[in-house]
Design a protein around this ligand. Structure first.
Ligand code: HEC
Length: 114
């Protein structure tokens, strides 16, 4: 009986180590990732955001860091793009926001081309 308890404890310990090891990259994924944001912005937002497209031209330098922050945090984008939160996951938007802020007009590395 004692041996059974010890085996169960070892199994439980092993399982939690595996879960923590697996969980870590998943957790890390949720951190704002500007590289992913750039990819998403270029491939998804730019679908509508060139001068000749429905949304007009939008690039990171169109706004300052503060303006991008409030654009996302206050859900301002929903006023003009009411289905944006359905087309993008909350995580996508966090990555995109990070990219836009890091390359905003008043950032260290302003970027024009999305
Ligand atoms: C399905 C098309 C579409 C997609 C995809 C899209 N937008 Fe838009 N966006 C629009 C339209 C349409 C407007 C309104 C343009 C206007 O009123 O002049 C707009 C407006 C905006 C504005 C305000 C522009 C202004 O001059 O006030 C910003 C900023 C913006 N979008 C950013 C984004 C970002 C960031 C993404 C990706 C997360 C995105 N958009 C994805 C269609 C789109």
């Amino acid at each position: 009986m004692k041996r059974f308890v010890i085996i169960m404890m070892v199994l439980a310990f092993t399982a939690s180590v595996i879960l923590i090891a697996l969980g870590d990259p998943l957790m890390a994924d949720e951190k704002p990732n500007p590289k992913k944001g750039k990819f998403l912005f270029k491939n998804r937002c730019k679908e509508c955001h060139w001068p000749d497209k429905a949304g007009g031209d939008v690039t990171p330098i169109f706004y300052t860091q503060k303006q991008w922050e409030s654009f996302f945090s206050k859900g301002k984008y929903l006023r003009k793009m009411d289905n944006l939160d359905k087309e993008f996951t909350a995580e996508d938007l966090i990555h995109i926001q990070q990219y836009l802020i890091e390359h905003a007009a008043d950032s260290d590395q302003p970027e024009t081309c999305g």
